[in-house]
Write a protein that binds this ligand. Structure first.
Ligand SMILES: [Cu+2]
Length: 131
């Protein structure tokens, strides 16, 4: 009976790891990050973050599905979902697998709107305000 339970616990742990509940996103945030944004099923939390120029934002995919962070208007279905301060070149994370993180340094002040390329249609959008 005891053996059976141990096996069950190990199996559960393996399933959780397989679902992406392990990885950098589930550890402590990067010490360089001034702000942390969690990626849930179809949302960025908090949706709006305010930092100072030169600071780093860390996105953490704590969900079991793939997300992305795109500040590239060319990838957006709705142009308003991606917006950059004048003179800032578009950028994007590419796919962020479950459990992975993405860090970006914001050098230029202004308001940045971004979205997830996989879930833009579900309203997975966010804003970074750089002072
Ligand atoms: Cu997404």
């Amino acid at each position: 009976m005891r053996c059976g339970k141990s096996w069950l616990i190990l199996a559960c742990a393996a399933v959780l790891a397989g679902c992406g509940l392990s990885g950098a996103a589930h550890g402590p945030p990067d010490s360089r990050a001034a702000a942390v944004v969690d990626m849930g099923f179809t949302s960025f939390t908090p949706a709006t973050v305010t930092i100072k120029a030169g600071q780093i934002v860390e996105w953490r995919n704590t969900s079991p599905i793939t997300h992305s962070v795109s500040f590239n208007p060319a990838e957006a279905s709705k142009p308003a979902d991606a917006a950059l301060p004048l003179g800032v070149a578009p950028f994007a994370s590419g796919d962020i697998a479950a459990g992975d993180v993405f860090l970006h340094t914001f050098a230029a002040p202004g308001t940045y709107h971004y979205f997830c390329t996989h879930h833009e249609g579900l309203g997975m959008v966010g804003t970074i305000i750089v002072q």
